[in-house]
Design a protein around this ligand. Structure first.
Ligand code: BMA
Length: 339
């Protein structure tokens, strides 16, 4: 047993490269990044901010595809190794509970989470302004929309991959109808994925300069014996726009509104050409992580500059050590919210 253990399934074919010796940060990039290039599908100019899961003998994913008219929708992709992807030509067609087509006006930043035997997609869409949409599937052929969980405005939600105390649990980041000029992470519970309540504050943007403007959930939290490992995005504002980095925290396993530990420093920040240059420069936006419980390996999928998908690696132990070394939980928040 190591000091922190991932509680999920083994995944012997997880995408992987060893940590370079000179890596100062706990997360390192795949040397062949970006794994998804521009114009990946006819009529789609860019794929980024996308989520994947192990499926059958390979991987499946939901991808934010920016169409050539500029409007984002969600596309399905499959891969044998989690690195090379084939996409379906048409966007995912969502239906209502009667099987009638029920498309959102746009759909972006999807997350993909499996709870028991059902796969859930959570994304941002229009509901009198940006708000969260949800759908479920068991076969990746039909996708049935569920009720919108929250009121507008909210454009970033992440479902936990397990029920906690018998409730579905979702992180989200309420904001305004502008380009999210502020935002903190909250958590909500539901007995049935329809009625959401018991809203609690989790954590705020902090006095650490790299995340002093807004923060938001990233990959679905990773369950470990020390709590939920949360890989999130933290944003700062500069004279030339926002800069999106990745941060990490550890949430209490039974009460995820309680932040046990939080790294005061980023775990990855835009540094390479594909993160610094693109449709929106300087964006590292994590949306998924696949894990191997045997080795503690974690492969993170993140959007790069709103243009590409990148892959980065860490281990539960490296992330945990880093979070403990730079822990600032409880010290840096502007406001603590109510419990
Ligand atoms: C956020 C979202 C993300 C995007 C980021 C940077 O508000 O729209 O999809 O990656 O801005 O443009």
């Amino acid at each position: 047993m190591s000091k922190i253990n991932i509680l999920g399934q083994p995944l012997s074919h997880i995408p992987w490269q060893d940590c370079p010796e000179d890596s100062e940060l706990p997360v390192w990039r795949y040397s062949e990044n970006p794994i998804i290039q521009r114009n990946p599908v006819k009529g789609v100019s860019r794929i980024f901010n996308s989520a994947v899961l192990p499926y059958e003998n390979g991987y499946i994913g939901v991808f934010r595809g920016e169409q050539t008219d500029g409007i984002p929708y969600i596309y399905l992709g499959r891969s044998a190794d989690g690195i090379h992807w084939q996409f379906e030509k048409d966007k995912i067609r969502f239906t209502d509970s009667r099987g009638e087509e029920f498309m959102p006006r746009y759909a972006y930043d999807p997350r993909l989470v499996k709870i028991e035997d059902i796969y859930y997609i959570i994304w941002c869409q229009d509901f009198y302004g940006a708000s969260i949409g949800m759908a479920k599937t068991t076969d990746f052929r039909t996708f049935t929309r569920l009720e919108n969980p929250f009121l507008p405005f909210n454009r970033n939600a992440v479902l936990f991959p397990e029920k906690i105390n018998n409730k579905f649990v979702m992180l989200s980041r309420p904001s305004d109808n502008g380009h999210t000029p502020f935002g903190d992470i909250f958590v909500s519970e539901s007995p049935d994925l329809e009625y959401w309540g018991h809203h609690r504050h989790v954590m705020s943007r902090s006095s650490n300069w790299w995340e002093n403007l807004k923060i938001g959930g990233g990959a679905a939290p990773i369950e470990t014996d020390q709590g939920w490992l949360l890989i999130y995005h933290g944003v700062t504002g500069t004279c030339n726009g926002f800069v999106y980095s990745m941060g990490a925290a550890l949430l209490d396993r039974n009460q995820p509104s309680v932040v046990r530990k939080r790294a005061s420093r980023y775990i990855l920040t835009p540094e390479t050409w594909y993160e610094e240059r693109g449709f929106v420069p300087n964006v590292c936006f994590p949306c998924a992580a696949v894990t191997d419980s045997q080795t503690g390996r974690i492969a993170i999928y993140y959007g790069c500059a709103d243009t590409y998908v990148g892959l980065a690696f860490t281990t539960a132990e490296k992330l945990y050590d880093y979070i403990l070394r730079y822990d600032c939980a409880g010290e840096t928040e502007y406001e603590t919210g109510i419990r």
